[in-house]
Design a protein around this ligand. Structure first.
Ligand SMILES: Cc1ncc(COP(=O)(O)O)c(C=O)c1O
Length: 451
C-alpha cells in the first residue's frame, strides 16, 4: 500500500572498502559534476553517496565509510532516522506545500511551540521558521534592528554565520567564503574572541577586551545585536573560556543590545546540551537554530523573547518555503528522537570517548597543540611541534589519509589547521573506536615536518 520504509539497519554498520577511493562509479560522476556543476561548489571527498544510516555512508561503488561529519553537523539523529523517514513519508503523501503565509498548517505551529519550550529561558517566546542557517541569522538581525531601532551588529573574530551578503559580512574568513564577493553589508563590527589556546585569557578578561573595543569603536547605543556562536564552528571549534559568554550577555542586558546565540551548529544535542548556551546558564534574547533541527531536511528558526519577535510588522518576516511541511514533519520527528532516545546524554558519552582517544594521541604527538570541544563536536588544533604555529598541511594530510581509508573527517579553522569530529549520535562506540584507530594511523603516516 505505502512506500517501503527505509530500514536503517539495512546499512551494514561496518567500514568496508571494496574499491580504492574514489571508486570507478564516483570517478564517472565526478567527471559529470565537473561538466555540469559550477566550479565554486566544492566537495570534501570525490566520493558520491548512495545511502546512509547510523554511522555509515555507503558510496555508489558499495564502499562503506565511517561518518565523522554528519553532513556538517546536520544528521545528529542519524541519516534517514526511522521516525524522520516515517513522518516525512506520511507528510509527502498528504501535502508538500501550501506556503505557511497563504494557508497555514499545524506542524509549523507545533515546531514553534517545541522551540519555544526547548530553547533556554522560561520567558514568553515566539518563533519564525526559515530554510537555511544564514537566512535565519539574517532574520535575527532584522528582528533586532526593528526592535531596537539601532543599526549596528557586533560579531567576533573567526566567526562563521553563512554565505549570503549580510552573513558574508558577519563571517570572518575571507577564503573561500568572501574573496571577490564584495562589497559587503555595512554596520557590521568585529570584536576579539576568547580563544584560550591562543590568548591565554580567562573569560571575564577576554570579554572586557571585546566590550571595551565595542564601546570605543561602535558605542552600545548604536548596537542592535551582538551575534555569537557559543562554540565556534567553521572558525575552529573554539570553546570560549568560562565566564566569557555570561559577561557578554550581562553587558547586552545592561545596554539594551539583543544577545543572539547562533546555535546553528551547536544546537539540538550536538554539544551535550540541547543548546550550548545552557552549559553556563546563558539565556539569549534570540536563538538561531538550523542543521540538526530536522534530521537532514532544510529548516532553520529564530526563537526569542516575544516582545522582540513581535516587533516586526505583519508580512515583514517569512519566505515561500520557510517552515515547509516536510521539514516541519522531519523536525518534530527529530525532536521526538532526541528526547525519546536520550541523545543529549549520548552526546556526552561520545564526548568522553572522543576526548579520551584524542588526549591519548596528543600525549604522544606534539603536533596536536590543543584538544577541545563538547559533546559530539570535538576537534584537534595542529601546530608545528614546540610552538603554536598553525600546521594546515598536516591537517590536510591527516584528513586525506583518513579519507583514503574510508573515514569521513572535515577540517576547519581560520588557518585550516583544525581537524573536527562531528559524528551522528546514531553511531556505535565500536565504529567510533575504529574510526579513531584510522585517524591514529593517519597521524603516524603524515610526516609534514620536512616540508
Ligand atoms: C554557526 C553557523 N551559522 C550559520 C551557518 C550557515 O548555515 P547554512 O549553511 O545553513 O546557511 C553555519 C553553517 O555552517 C554555521 O555553522
Amino acid at each position: 500500500m505505502s512506500a517501503p520504509t527505509i530500514d536503517q539497519s539495512s546499512v551494514a554498520q561496518e567500514r568496508r572498502l571494496v574499491t580504492a577511493l574514489p571508486g570507478p562509479r564516483s570517478v564517472e560522476l565526478m567527471a559529470r559534476k565537473q561538466a555540469a556543476v559550477a566550479a565554486g561548489v566544492g566537495t570534501t571527498m570525490p566520493v558520491f553517496a548512495a545511502r546512509a544510516g547510523g554511522g555509515i555512508v555507503v558510496d555508489v561503488d558499495g564502499n562503506h565509510l565511517i561518518d565523522l561529519g554528519s553532513g556538517i553537523a546536520v544528521t545528529t539523529v542519524g541519516s534517514s532516522a526511522p521516525r524522520v523517514v516515517a513522518a516525512v513519508q506520511q507528510q509527502v503523501a498528504e501535502f508538500t506545500h501550501t506556503c505557511f503565509m497563504v494557508t497555514p498548517y499545524e506542524s509549523y505551529v507545533a515546531v514553534a511551540e517545541a522551540l519555544n519550550r526547548l530553547t533556554p529561558g522560561d520567558h514568553e517566546k515566539r518563533t519564525a521558521l526559515f530554510n537555511s542557517g544564514a537566512e535565519a541569522v539574517e532574520n535575527a538581525v532584522k528582528i533586532a534592528r526593528t526592535a531596537t531601532g539601532r543599526p549596528a551588529v557586533a560579531v567576533f573574530d573567526h566567526a562563521y554565520h553563512g554565505r549570503t551578503n549580510l552573513t558574508m559580512a558577519m563571517t570572518a574568513k575571507v577564503m573561500p567564503y568572501k574573496h571577490g564577493f564584495g562589497p559587503f553589508a555595512s554596520e557590521v563590527y568585529r570584536a576579539p574572541l576568547s580563544y584560550p589556546f591562543r590568548d591565554g585569557l580567562d573569560g571575564p578578561t577576554a570579554a572586557a577586551r571585546a566590550l571595551d573595543l565595542l564601546e570605543k569603536q561602535v558605542g552600545a547605543d548604536n548596537l542592535a545585536a551582538l551575534v555569537i556562536e557559543p562554540i565556534q564552528g567553521e572558525g575552529g571549534f573554539i570553546v570560549p573560556a568560562p565566564g566569557f559568554l555570561p559577561a557578554l550577555a550581562a553587558w547586552c542586558r545592561a545596554h539594551g543590545v539583543v544577545f543572539v546565540a547562533d546555535e546553528v551548529q551547536t544546537g539540538f544535542a550536538r554539544t551535550g546540551d540541547l543548546f550550548a548556551c545552557e552549559r553556563e546558564g546563558v539565556v539569549p534574547d534570540l536563538v538561531v537554530s538550523a542543521k540538526g533541527i530536522a534530521g537532514g531536511l532544510p529548516l532553520s528558526a529564530v526563537t526569542g523573547r516575544a516582545e522582540l519577535m513581535d516587533a516586526a510588522h505583519a508580512g515583514g518576516l517569512g519566505g515561500t518555503y520557510g517552515g515547509n511541511p516536510l521539514a516541519c514533519a522531519a523536525a518534530l520527528a527529530a525532536i521526538e528522537t532526541i528526547e525519546a532516545d536520550g541523545l543529549v546524554q549520548r552526546a556526552r558519552d561520545v564526548e568522553d570517548l572522543l576526548l579520551t582517544r584524542l588526549r591519548a594521541l596528543q600525549a604522544v604527538d606534539p603536533r596536536i597543540g590543543d584538544v577541545r570541544g563538547r559533546g559530539a563536536m570535538v576537534a584537534v588544533e595542529l601546530v608545528r611541534p614546540g610552538g603554536t604555529e598553525p600546521d594546515p598541511a598536516l591537517a590536510r594530510a591527516v584528513a586525506a589519509a583518513a579519507h583514503a581509508e574510508g573515514v569521513i573527517v572535515l577540517t576547519c579553522g581560520t588557518h585550516g589547521n583544525v581537524l573536527r569530529f562531528l559524528p551522528p549520535l546514531a553511531i556505535s562506540d565500536a565504529l567510533l573506536h575504529e574510526a579513531f584507530d584510522v585517524v591514529e594511523r593517519a597521524f603516524a603516516a603524515s610526516d609534514t615536518t620536512a616540508g
